[in-house]
Design a protein around this ligand. Structure first.
Ligand code: HEM
Length: 391
């Protein structure tokens, strides 16, 4: 027999502003039925002139998505379950994003990557949302960081963000489909998925980032690095130390330039086109750091060290990685040891993606299906003991 769940609270009025200006809590309250994979289909009661006082649910299989029904302004509310002749009371638990919707969004991002080859700009988007973090400011969101503020025009207009509106346009349909995923999570999800899809390391990500609510919460311009400052190594340290990152993080993260291109009409850096970029894929043009600029590997370090190909870009801040004695230790290592680069990159990328973020729940959410690393290592050990030795 099918159960009917009835909310005891009225649902909030439908939002009247554009999606990018929703209150984050309201945005995640009632995900569209289509987005609740294997969860609960929501049927709104027929529209009346008054606000509806109840809403009917038809549980289809599991109650997992109940966790993420947010009723209003983060209030924990009760859902009365009337199923046949007994009634139970379930307390909803609301997080910033819904894990099931995050997983579905990840699949949609993979499809987007396949058709548009937008890996590089997604990585840049995630980095520019997170990279405004200032560890010397305690308050959220004044401290900046991965909080979705980059969706607002005022921040997209910062010179460092030229062109990132294109990444936002690509992601907006996915955001519209999954109301239970915050912008802050979506940007970081897109970035980590892009790195992995391009052949890079698996990044130990967590989710549940809360979004800022309005453009007045955007950081001021000037927190991201310049590519050609008077003293590149000092400048990199000023900017990345402010984020609480280390020399190793700076060098590893710079390795993300293994992906993508620089375009003179956006950043002012790079050639309009080269033999490696004139045919795309994706929009043609720009100058890449590497030959295979849609493949995540350690070729960035090899190429910027050699500086032999005029068609490959080396920004002053890239060159600094082989000039500064402390950076050089890591850059030399990554040029010859891809595994070392991948390990350090994955760790630094995860750190970057968490900067300044306010997580709900505070410990974050995992959307990985595989067991945590410790359990996996134990499993491998046991399997190796009894296997034929091929593993
Ligand atoms: C170290 C300081 C950094 C500087 C000065 C810098 C500078 C730049 C510049 C000038 C561009 C070209 C943008 C354009 O014209 O479209 C660019 C692109 C890019 N940056 Fe960085 N970047 C830095 C660090 C990072 C980090 C930490 C990441 C990621 C972890 C990153 C990821 C990317 C990617 C993937 C692109 C290519 C975007 C595309 O092809 O659309 N960068 N960066």
């Amino acid at each position: 027999m099918r159960s009917i769940l009835t909310l005891s609270n009225p649902i909030p009025n439908p939002p009247t502003t554009s999606p990018s200006h929703h209150h984050p809590m309201a945005a995640n309250c009632l995900p569209p039925a289509a987005a609740l994979s294997g969860g609960i289909a929501i049927r709104r009661l027929p529209a009346t002139t008054a606000r509806p006082s109840s809403i009917a649910f038809h549980p289809l299989s599991s109650s997992a998505s109940l966790k993420c029904l947010r009723l209003s302004h983060q209030k924990r509310s009760k859902i009365h379950v009337s199923s046949g002749n007994f009634g139970a009371v379930v307390t909803t638990k609301c997080f910033a994003s819904d894990p099931e919707q995050l997983k579905s969004a990840r699949e949609d991002i993979k499809d987007l990557l396949k058709t548009t080859f937008c890996h590089p700009i997604m990585v840049r988007l995630g980095w520019h949302d997170a990279g405004t973090y200032n560890k010397n400011i305690e308050e959220w969101p004044q401290r900046g960081g991965a909080n979705g503020s980059l969706r607002f025009d005022v921040e997209q207009k910062h010179a460092a963000n030229a062109g990132l509106v294109n990444a936002l346009k690509l992601l907006q349909p996915i955001k519209d489909k999954y109301a239970g995923v915050t912008y802050a999570d979506l940007f970081q999800l897109a970035s980590a998925t892009a790195v992995e899809d391009a052949g890079g390391p698996k990044i130990p990500m967590k989710y549940g980032r809360v979004d800022v609510t309005g453009p007045e919460q955007c950081p001021e311009e000037g927190r991201l690095p310049d590519a050609g400052p008077p003293s590149p190594a000092d400048h990199l340290r000023d900017v990345f130390y402010r984020m609480g990152l280390t020399d190793k993080d700076i060098v590893a993260l710079s390795g993300a330039h293994t992906l993508g291109r620089s375009r003179p009409e956006r950043s002012g850096w790079g050639k309009p086109e080269t033999k490696y970029t004139k045919d795309g894929p994706g929009a043609p043009g720009g100058q890449s750091w590497t030959v295979k600029w849609l493949r995540f590997d350690n070729s960035y370090f090899k190429d910027i060290k050699e500086k032999r190909d005029e068609d490959l870009l080396v920004l002053p801040t890239d060159a600094a990685l082989f000039e500064d004695p402390s950076f050089k230790v890591f850059a030399e290592k990554y040029a010859v040891d891809e595994k070392a680069f991948f390990d350090d990159y994955a760790e630094a990328h995860a750190k970057l993606s968490n900067l300044g973020a306010k997580f709900d729940p505070p410990e974050g959410l995992s959307i990985n299906d595989e067991p945590p690393p410790v359990a996996a290592a134990q499993e491998k050990f046991v399997a190796a003991k009894y296997s034929s030795g091929k593993d």
